[in-house]
Design a protein around this ligand. Structure first.
Ligand SMILES: Cc1cc2nc3c(=O)[nH]c(=O)nc-3n(C[C@H](O)[C@H](O)[C@H](O)COP(=O)(O)OP(=O)(O)OC[C@H]3O[C@@H](n4cnc5c(N)ncnc54)[C@H](O)[C@@H]3O)c2cc1C
Length: 380
């Protein structure tokens, strides 16, 4: 039986980062991915992900995000790839929107550079938005978006250059903790590892479910708008945006010079989609879903309106409380799992990889992620 110091299962966002951090520490890990790197079946595709630092969801994420910033810079420097686009981020909503007010409060608490604007102040800078008079805006100049496929490629390249082995098209069937290690069974072999990291996204519950915390996998629709005014939708003119509109949360990322196909303004609605089996055939975006997105853009960002030119679907892995689940499983702390990223995990990619590498190499981490321990569900 092959023996490895560590096997990382699933090489999407979190697994590629974990493999990279382990390799940089000299661990020489094995990474297994059921599809190919950069595939479009999980949660890591679609050209862009919003990244921001002030966080309305929970204050304890902010120290992790500050740490992630350094990680993004290191990933770009080591790989030579452009991943982060600091386009600035506008968060808008009606006065009283908790998304806007809590983000602004978080920025104040952590002294994050930002501006609080009235509707008129927003449209004076960004006339493509239709801000109703009772709306307010929060602007974070150093936020923006990151390119997920580039990030995964970068992390895996660095991992391989530093002694990691990557095997693609290898699906893990099961993992079993034993006294002397963990047995990882794939379709064609049994492998032995001292430590195992499970970063299997929408498939996590099949390998390593958390007691009392089932993950709900949902289908999410993304669209690219062929804006009538292409200039208005470009990076440098349009910021990345999140709009907490009463009819539904709409977000988008401007068109960058390095954008591959599909072309156009990437937009989506951050609402929990329908529950799906990640192995079932994909259901493409329907006409009514496309129409709904195009209408939302027309209503809220009319300066960038236009028809839907392309769509894709992607998976959210929702934990019961929408917060991540990161920690050790089993009696001997040989298996570590990071799952339930609930549609907002991407921006944490570098720091989650670092934490998982800490667990593997030290059995613990000094990073402040105790609030993400799945033990919270055992006491509720
Ligand atoms: C439409 C959409 C928009 C999003 N927008 C944002 C955003 O703006 N900002 C943000 O921060 N986050 C965003 N997210 C969330 C973010 O992308 C996810 O939280 C993150 O990518 C989850 O990473 P992961 O590693 O858990 O899953 P994945 O990246 O999907 O990786 C899991 C990997 O495990 C592999 N795998 C599974 N089972 C096995 C097995 N048995 N054997 C081998 N391999 C296996 C899968 O094939 C996959 O490659 C968005 C997500 C979606 C879907």
């Amino acid at each position: 039986m092959e023996r490895w110091p560590c096997i990382v299962i699933g090489l999407g966002t979190m697994g590629s980062s974990t493999l990279c951090h382990l390799a940089l520490r000299g661990v020489r890990p094995l990474g297994l991915e059921q599809f190919s790197r950069g595939h479009d079946r999980g949660s890591s595709h679609g050209q862009s992900r919003v990244i921001r630092t002030a966080y309305f969801e929970h204050d304890d994420y902010v120290p992790l995000l500050l740490r992630a910033r350094a990680g993004w810079m290191a990933l770009e420097q080591l790989s030579g790839r452009r991943i982060v686009h600091e386009t600035g981020l506008l968060i808008g909503g009606p006065r009283g929107s908790e998304v806007v007010s809590r983000t602004s409060d978080s920025a104040k608490r952590f002294r994050i550079d930002h501006s609080d604007w009235t509707a008129a102040e927003v449209t004076a800078r960004f006339p493509m938005f239709a801000m109703e008079s009772n709306w307010v805006g929060y602007f974070e100049p150093t936020a923006g978006f990151a390119r997920p496929e580039q990030a995964v490629f970068a992390a895996l390249e660095i991992a391989e250059q530093n002694g990691a082995t990557v095997r693609e098209s290898v699906a893990v069937r099961s993992i079993e903790e034993r006294v002397d290690g963990v047995v990882v069974t794939t379709e064609s072999a049994e492998l032995h590892a001292d430590r195992v990291v499970v970063t299997a996204g929408a498939w996590s519950d099949r390998l390593a479910p958390w007691p009392r915390a089932p993950i709900r996998v949902t289908r999410q629709v993304i669209a690219w708008i062929d804006s009538d005014d292409a200039h208005a939708a470009r990076e440098g003119t349009l910021p990345t945006f999140c709009l907490d509109a009463p009819e539904g949360f709409l977000y988008g990322c401007p068109v960058g010079d390095d954008q591959t196909l599909p072309a156009g303004l990437k937009v989506a609605r951050h609402v929990i989609g329908t529950i799906v089996d990640p192995n079932a055939p994909r259901i493409d975006a329907t006409e009514s879903e496309c129409l709904e997105i195009a209408q939302s853009v027309k209503r809220r960002v009319p300066g960038c309106a236009g028809p839907v030119g392309a769509t894709a679907t992607c998976l959210y892995s929702n934990s019961p409380d929408s917060h991540f689940m990161i920690g050790a499983r089993g009696e001997r702390a040989r298996i570590f799992v990071a799952s339930g990223f609930s549609g907002h995990g991407f921006k944490f990619m570098p720091v989650v990889g670092e934490a998982m590498a800490d667990f593997v190499t030290m059995g613990t981490t000094t990073l402040p992620l105790g609030f993400l321990s799945p033990k919270r569900f055992l006491t509720s």
